[in-house]
Design a protein around this ligand. Sequence first.
Ligand SMILES: O=C(CO)[C@H](O)[C@H](O)COP(=O)(O)O
Length: 223
Amino acid sequence: MNGKQLAGEQAAQYVENGMIVGLGTGSTVYYSIVALGRRIREGLQIQCIPTSKQTEHLANELSIPLISLKDVEKLDITIDGADEIDPNLNLIKGGGGALFREKLIASLSDRLVIVADQVKTVERLGAFCVPVEVVPFATDVVARTISTMDGSATLRCDQEDVPFVTDNGNYILDCNFGHIEQPLQLDRELKQHIGVVETGLFVDMVGVALVGSPDGVSVLERK
Ligand SMILES: O=C(CO)[C@H](O)[C@H](O)COP(=O)(O)O
């Protein structure tokens, strides 16, 4: 079994009867969602909120009960993936473009459990570009602002140069700031600019990270 599958499946064990569960997005949390589907068929009773249309589709295929945010004030737990994890369990997320809903759901959750392959662990965030969701009309304005912050921004596009559109109808700027010394400060600074919807910097949000390798899963708790 590969690291993603080991970590993903182990995270499903954190979910208990009666919980409201946030379902993240990506190829690692996929294994958690499939494992939850299995547990539901065996009798587990939970209600879930997906963080993307892709995950909503998967949950529906697996007959996982979904609940709307309008009926829920907070969640017990969210399981999600990550693109980078630093030693303080701060993250870069949004490689799949779902960062806004992922961050909103995580912020409403008592516990955020991250699942990742060990290649996602880094000493300092920043080798992976920071995805920044922007209102399309403001894209060029935000990109210019980022260049004044010693960063560079690239509009996320497909192979035909068509911009990627998020589930919220926005664009993504993938932003390179080099190594990030102060992720919280950078997140706050980015969000001051009109047109920025949200960033993929998740600071002080994670409760536990399950990091998988073919040899097993390391459980990293926030210090
Ligand atoms: O943030 C995300 C999507 O917006 C994903 O959780 C992140 O990209 C990790 O994905 P994967 O588990 O496929 O490597």
